[in-house]
Each structure stands twice: as structure tokens, then as C-alpha cells.
Design a protein around this ligand. Structure first.
Ligand code: ZN
Length: 187
């Protein structure tokens, strides 16, 4: 898990994210979270796309099994439960507000987009509108950073520790990467 500044993104990462999204990945600025196998789980996108569109969702969940697990939880009314928890628990409410501010700070460390001032993602700071966005924040910023994202991950049938990746169809050997060399890097 990483917050900005991000490491450079590889061509292979971009190919995997494009396969996960089913369209070419654009304006990628980092891979803040990865599967146990190394495949991207969360993609970080520029706060302003190259076509000029403001893009609030810095942390976007791309892993197909993770996104399916979040959709399942949304269908199972977990957002309703989390909304009730926010209403009932002042500590969770304060932590969620902190998550909102941290999210904005991370995004603004990359670029400040006037249209997005005060707008984070997933319904923060007072609503629960998208578990995908909140789980993506938790996966990127780590446990404790987003209380609702943490709940979503706890309830999820998907875990970042167990690879359930499909074949993304991107594994052409890369001669620059010893891990792709069948000598195991000894050559
Ligand atoms: Zn994987």
C-alpha cells in the first residue's frame, strides 16, 4: 500500500489495469495497492484527466474479484449498515471525516483542481455511497485510514493476501525483468 508520491508505473501495470477495466487505462499516476501476485488492485488517476475533465476518485479499485466482492456487499445492504453506524458512533464519524481530509490531501499533493475542492469519493465525509471507492482508499492508505473501507474489506470474500486474479493476458516475457527469466535471475 502506498500514498503519494507513487513509484513510477510500468508498462505491464498499465496493460493489466487496461485488461481489468476493459478499456485503455489513462492518466495513471501510480499503483497504490497490489494483489499478492503483484498485479494492480488499485489505480491512482490524475485529478485532472488529459482531456481536462476533473477526476475526484484518486484511488480506484480495478481488481475484478475485489470489485465484484464490493458490489456483492453493496447489494447486501452493507452501505445501509455503515450509514447507521456513522449516525450512531461519534468515533467512527470522526475517523470518517479524517479519512475525507486525508483523501483530499493525498489528491492535492498531486494536483489541486478547483472544481474538486472539498469533494473526495465514496460519499465521504458524511455519506456511504460507494464501497469500491472506500475499500480502494483503505487498501492504499492502510488499515485505520478509512473506517468504512476497513469494514468493507473485513466483510469481503476477496482478500489482498490471496491471489484470485484471472489471466490478464499480458504476460509476455520481459527481458529486463529477472523474474520473467526462466533461469530465475541467475543468468
Ligand atoms: Zn493476483
Amino acid at each position: 500500500m502506498t500514498r503519494p508520491p507513487f513509484e513510477p508505473v510500468s508498462e505491464r501495470d498499465i496493460r493489466i489495469v487496461s485488461a481489468q477495466l476493459g478499456r485503455p487505462a489513462r492518466d495513471v499516476v501510480g499503483i497504490p495497492a497490489r494483489c499478492a501476485c503483484g498485479a494492480p488492485t488499485v489505480v491512482a488517476t490524475a485529478p485532472r484527466l488529459s482531456d481536462g475533465t476533473p477526476f475526484p476518485t484518486l484511488y480506484y479499485l480495478t481488481h475484478p474479484v475485489a470489485t465484484a466482492a464490493m458490489s456483492f456487499l453493496e447489494a447486501a445492504q452493507v452501505m445501509v449498515e455503515c450509514t447507521e453506524l456513522l449516525a450512531a458512533d461519534a468515533e467512527v464519524r470522526a475517523a470518517y471525516e479524517r479519512a475525507h481530509r486525508d483523501y483530499l490531501a493525498d489528491r492535492e499533493s498531486i494536483a489541486v483542481v478547483p472544481e474538486l475542492v472539498g469533494i473526495s469519493a465514496g460519499g465521504m465525509p458524511t455519506r456511504v455511497k460507494c464501497l469500491h471507492a472506500l475499500a480502494a482508499h483503505s487498501l492504499s492508505a492502510g488499515p485505520g485510514a478509512n473506517p468504512i473501507g476497513d469494514i468493507a474489506l473485513e466483510r469481503s470474500s476477496w482478500s489482498p493476501d490471496v491471489c484470485q486474479c484471472p489471466d490478464y493476458g499480458v504476460d509476455v516475457p520481459d527481458p529486463a525483468d529477472p523474474a520473467d527469466d526462466d533461469t530465475g535471475g541467475r543468468a
